[in-house]
Design a protein around this ligand. Structure first.
Ligand code: ADE
Length: 245
């Protein structure tokens, strides 16, 4: 897979490429490339963004700059490019990334990730140059770079050989193997700590019972939801400024 990132901060991705699963993927022939649209801007002073029509705060990445950048990188009109490779605009209002979507992207031979900054993209970039608009959550990041890293991380770790032998992305949270449920809880030594005991079934050596217990815990988490644990009133009270009365 060829993963290209178009970002005003390409150097941020240097750190990302030091991650073990990314290095493993690169060693197996996958490719990560970064490009700075500023290198292709037709505007003076390296300008890439402008104030929004209609007023409002912040700056908007210009469509003419992105057009020139994508032409410079790929040597073709970006309107055609998106019919040949996945071109993803990262934006908070896009299609929500989930495990099934990651599987879909992981099977692509080539993806380009477009990172907006400040107030984001001129909408014509999303409409005419992108094949997809993708969100990593319903909150606003300061730019698309962290979102692009989320996409890259999730997609690259699915590539065969990216994870070590001991790890696997087959039976993990939200995978088909777990029926889309979150993963079951894990425990390791010590078997008891401060009176907190590991569930005895995990120490039993009974593989079928362990598998059954894990399926149940996983399913429970899927039904209740991982964040559905209600706040403990005692803890909330102790955190209050000034502490408990
Ligand atoms: N850019 C800013 N916020 C974002 C988000 N939540 N997802 C994708 N791209 C973004």
């Amino acid at each position: 897979m060829q993963l290209d990132v178009v970002s005003l901060f390409p150097e941020w991705f240097d750190w990302f490429s030091t991650q073990r699963h990314v290095r493993n993927a690169l060693a197996r022939g996958h490719e990560v490339r970064t490009f700075n649209p500023r290198d292709w801007t037709p505007l003076s002073g390296g300008q890439v963004d402008d104030t929004p029509f209609g007023g409002g705060a912040g700056m908007v990445l210009r469509v003419d700059v992105m057009d020139q950048a994508l032409r410079g990188i790929y040597g073709q009109d970006p309107v055609d490019l998106r019919t040949q490779r996945r071109v993803i605009a990262l934006t908070p209002g896009g299609r929500m990334l989930d495990d099934a979507f990651v599987d879909e992207l992981a099977a692509e031979p080539a993806i380009t990730l477009l990172c907006g900054r400040y107030e984001g993209f001129d909408e014509r970039i999303v409409q005419h140059f992108a094949s997809d608009a993708v969100s990593v959550g319903r909150y606003v990041l300061s730019g698309g770079e962290l979102a692009a890293m989320v996409v890259m991380d999730t997609v690259l770790r699915k590539q065969p050989g990216a994870l070590g032998h001991a790890e696997s992305s087959l039976e993990e949270s939200f995978s088909r193997a777990l029926g889309g449920d979150p993963e079951y809880p894990h425990y390791t030594r010590p078997a008891e700590y401060r009176g907190w005991k590991v569930p005895p079934v995990l120490l039993s050596g009974h593989h079928e019972e362990i598998a059954g217990w894990r399926r149940m815990r996983s399913h429970e988490r899927g039904v209740v939801g991982p964040t559905a644990r209600p706040p403990d009133p005692e803890i909330t009270e102790r955190r209050r400024p000034g502490g408990p009365d």
